[in-house]
Design a protein around this ligand. Sequence first.
Ligand SMILES: Cc1cc2nc3c(=O)[nH]c(=O)nc-3n(C[C@H](O)[C@H](O)[C@H](O)COP(=O)(O)OP(=O)(O)OC[C@H]3O[C@@H](n4cnc5c(N)ncnc54)[C@H](O)[C@@H]3O)c2cc1C
Length: 410
Amino acid sequence: MRGLGAAVVGAGASGLAAALGAAGVPGGILALEGNGKPGRKLLATGNGRCNLTNESIAMDHYHGDVRSAAPFLNAWPAARVRRAFLRLGLLTRADAEGRVYPHSLQAAAVAEALLSACREQGVSLECGRPVERILPVKGGFLVKSAGGERFARRCVLACGGKASPKHSTGSGYGLARSLGHTVTPLSPSLTGLQAPKKFTRPLKGIRCRARVALFQKGRELCAESGEVIFGDGSVSGICVMNLSARLRELGAEGLELRLDLLEQFSREELRGYLQALAEAHPGRPAGELFSGALNLRLGWELVHWMGWDPDRPLVRLSPQELDRAAGWAKAVPIPVSGPLSWEQAQCTAGGVPLEEVDLETMESRICPGLYLTGELLDLDGDCGGYNLHWAWATGFTAGLAIQKEWEAKA
Ligand SMILES: Cc1cc2nc3c(=O)[nH]c(=O)nc-3n(C[C@H](O)[C@H](O)[C@H](O)COP(=O)(O)OP(=O)(O)OC[C@H]3O[C@@H](n4cnc5c(N)ncnc54)[C@H](O)[C@@H]3O)c2cc1C
């Protein structure tokens, strides 16, 4: 049976990369996209700037089946992704932390580079066509969408994960299962954490810098420094989002964040500062103890959380109490009960196990001729360009493997 060279299900990051990698195979490539437009999520990435890779693709920035992924990612340094984009006509630049963006800092430029190249290379694209069923048949697959049923010799499943459902619904997991794959438990990753409203509501909207440590049952497990954002019932910010990626391994029981709000000072230095402050301004109320060091509302709430009367004058605070206040500001305890919802997540933890895929080609070990890419697989990265890097690397690998297979037969 003739038909398409390959059908790519999902025209997001990895699907567009796969389509370009395979472009030119006989029968052509058709990318079927469920949304009204291709690459919609790309436009939202990196706050509209698209952090497309990171100069340091170290495995400690990944979670899930890290051991299987390591040799694959070692063969895909950031330079390889940047070269691939340069070939598409896109200049990139790295910031001081190694995060790589399009030179224009416009996510739209990344989508445009991919879509222009698809047009130039004859990749067909149909949008508003969610694929409902993929049926393996002799020599290929019947791919059924609202646009009808197509025969394709190869099929790339590039449907993304469940995070941010307005961009990708998670339907890829059902399709993968229907083709014989398993899916490990899924949970929202790269999201804020749920915290009691009694702590967070009065601070809603406040942003501050902190070292944030994640504790479980009294033991520090990991920590990150960065901006923390308080919401009504949540704590977020990039450093908290990165800690959320650890929840899958840890479970949500007995978790607590401890915020060091004055990282650059030791507890002793801070105690000295508070002591001097109390001596110089004995009549000030305790509620203003941190007014010279922290956001005013945050400082006031800290005093409140310690259970102190905020109107008590500083002169009445003992050296032990000032020491306790210094310790408190360096380890503010906030219990957290789990990640926020899929709507607020940037990535999915869990997915199709990497052992079910040949990472040289991304071809399924279970369903020959099927290729799986991107977030659908059981690997998720930290904030910083790691997830898009994985999407490009797996997408191009799948596409190039389809191309090579055809060349070998020709
Ligand atoms: C707000 C936000 C910001 C982010 N910022 C960054 C960032 O700066 N850097 C970074 O590295 N990562 C970022 N990410 C994560 C990154 O965007 C994803 O991990 C990456 O896009 C995954 O690529 P993918 O190809 O697997 O899936 P996607 O890019 O999600 O593409 C999947 C596509 O498949 C389509 N689809 C799904 N099911 C079907 C179906 N049945 N039929 C047809 N089409 C279907 C979807 O509509 C979608 O277009 C961000 C995520 C979000 C939500």
